[in-house]
Ligand binder design. Structure first.
Ligand code: 5AD
Ligand code: SF4
Length: 489
């Protein structure tokens, strides 16, 4: 799945909030909620928290004192699932001490394994897929009445549009906003279409309202999340009462409907969110090379507050393999998209995802990925070894025939090259002036603060009188491989 960024530092992160938000239906229950996987999963956990806190739950960071443990899981590669299985053994011990403890598995692994999970992991009481979180209070009640509870129905409509997420582990400056769910692309290696279902876009009004509310609460950066943001398309519901379509057009202040049959595209959505306030930074993830239009690039170029950074997963640099992956583009098409980015947004940061050792990958095909990396010189990359996933097209059609040690060696070559390019990227920022959004105190010294520039590079600078959420301009005078350091000017 491309919803950016499996952030290693966040894996297994626990949601904890100071106070219960509302008085109780399920009085005084303590929830331990732990999340794995991509940004979309962390964003979903904020929805889960919102639903349960509204039912009177409070959170804890100690699973031994919890009444309910929920684990929001990832199924993208086998090792993501193994990690969760291992974690469940810790909860098994807690359940021995407290037989009333309820353990639920949420998210992609729940959706993939369904009731099988109850058979394989005897301690699990609840299995809930990504579209069933509104049902969690009922599922918990079912377990309290002595049964196991499963809801793995996928929906064509659910976007949790009107649920205000509870911001987890928030720095109070940047937040995720989910703009769509599911994926229709069926890349042959990917389990996401099976675990997150059909693609659907969220109502743009609710997205803009969430961005406005965040800004009013002091947030200064939002990341719009979707598996393939470029195919975001929101269609006004049919049979609107007379004048309603015009009302919608006025609220979103766009030439609503012109040329696209009453739909809002990703480029338009970006514009709508950018207009919320010039001091609200916009990021987004993930773009898809087959769908990324010049219109989107022009919108990014037009608005200073839309960050110049695009995560554009390539997966492989070889056209034949891309076809086998069912990615819908060739090497040439991809490089053309890179050229368009460089032309329209000259200082744009670009990152990617790669997969090493996909079915039948030859040495030459692997070299094509390395040569493409040389051409693009990515600022950053998430690099993986192919992991066969049950039910995917690749599992059914092709053999996972690249030996493990070859996968590892190819991945190591890709990582080494990327490290070199990432270093070059950082060095390129030296001697330049960067506009930085202050995110917090530097981990290394409390005399310094850190933030990111538009291209997503971390920048460290002296604290002075600055505070989180300020924008500063920094002249970069020094750097490590991934961080710029400098003076506020
Ligand atoms: N094996 C390895 N990597 C995968 N990804 C998705 N499915 C697999 C798989 N079966 C990677 C892709 C995607 C990123 C989020 O995870 O590179 O873009
Ligand atoms: Fe991303 Fe392709 Fe998976 Fe969709 S099917 S989530 S586009 S990798």
């Amino acid at each position: 799945m491309e919803s950016k960024i499996i952030d290693e530092s966040r894996q297994g992160e626990v949601l904890e909030l100071p106070q219960p938000q509302a008085s109780s239906l399920v009085a005084n229950k303590k929830l331990f909620l732990e999340s794995y996987g991509c940004a979309m999963n962390f964003s979903d956990s904020e929805i889960v928290a919102s639903i349960l806190l509204n039912k009177g739950f409070s959170t804890t960071n100690n699973f031994n004192e919890a009444d309910v443990i929920l684990v929001n899981t990832c199924a993208i590669r086998d090792n993501a699932e193994q990690r969760v299985r291992k974690r469940l053994t810790d909860f098994k011990r807690a359940k021995k001490n407290n037989p009333d403890l309820i353990v639920g598995v949420l998210g992609c692994m729940a959706e993939r394994l369904k009731t099988q999970l109850l058979e394989e992991e005897k301690l699990v009481d609840i299995v809930a897929g990504p579209d069933s979180y509104r049902d969690l209070p009922n599922l918990i009640e079912t377990v309290e009445s002595g049964q196991k509870a499963v809801n793995v129905l996928l929906s064509r409509e659910e976007t949790y549009a009107e649920i205000t997420p509870v911001r987890i582990d928030s720095n109070g400056v940047s937040a995720f906003i989910s703009i769509m769910r599911g994926c229709d692309n069926m890349c042959s290696f990917c389990v996401v279409p099976f675990t997150r279902g059909r693609e659907r876009s969220r109502d743009p009004h609710s997205i803009v309202n969430e961005a406005k509310e965040l800004f009013e609460n002091g947030y200064r950066e939002v990341t719009l999340l979707g598996q393939n943001v470029d195919s975001y398309k929101w269609q006004a519901p049919p049979n609107l009462p007379d004048g309603e379509e015009i009302r919608i057009a006025n609220t979103i202040s766009l030439p609503f409907g012109e040329g696209q049959g009453g739909a809002v595209t990703f480029a338009q959505l970006l514009e709508m969110v950018a207009k919320v306030h010039p001091d609200l930074r916009i990021r987004f993830s993930t773009s898809h090379p087959k769908d990324m239009t010049d219109e989107v690039l022009h919108t990014i170029a037009k608005y200073e507050n839309i960050c110049n950074y695009i995560h554009l997963p390539v997966q492989s640099g070889n056209s034949e393999l891309l076809e086998k992956m069912n990615r819908g583009y060739s090497r040439e098409w991809y490089l053309n998209r890179i050229e368009a980015i460089r032309k329209i947004i000259p200082d744009c940061g670009i990152s990617t995802d790669t997969i090493s050792g996909f079915c039948s990958e030859t040495e030459e095909q692997h070299q094509d990925t390395l040569s493409l990396m040389e051409l693009v010189r990515y600022d950053f990359a998430y690099m993986f070894k192919y992991s066969e996933r049950p039910k995917t097209l690749a599992e059914r059609k092709y053999k996972d025939d690249v030996p493990e040690e070859i996968k590892s060696r190819r991945l190591a070559e890709i990582i080494a090259l990327q490290q070199k390019h990432s270093g070059l990227r950082t060095q390129k920022g030296l001697g330049k002036i960067h506009k930085v959004l202050v995110e917090g105190i530097s981990k290394k010294s409390d005399k310094n603060m850190f933030g990111r520039n538009s291209q997503n590079t971390v920048v460290v600078f002296p604290k002075g009188n600055l505070k989180k959420g300020d924008f500063v301009t920094v002249l970069a005078t020094n750097c490590t491989s991934a961080t710029l350091m400098g003076e506020v000017i």
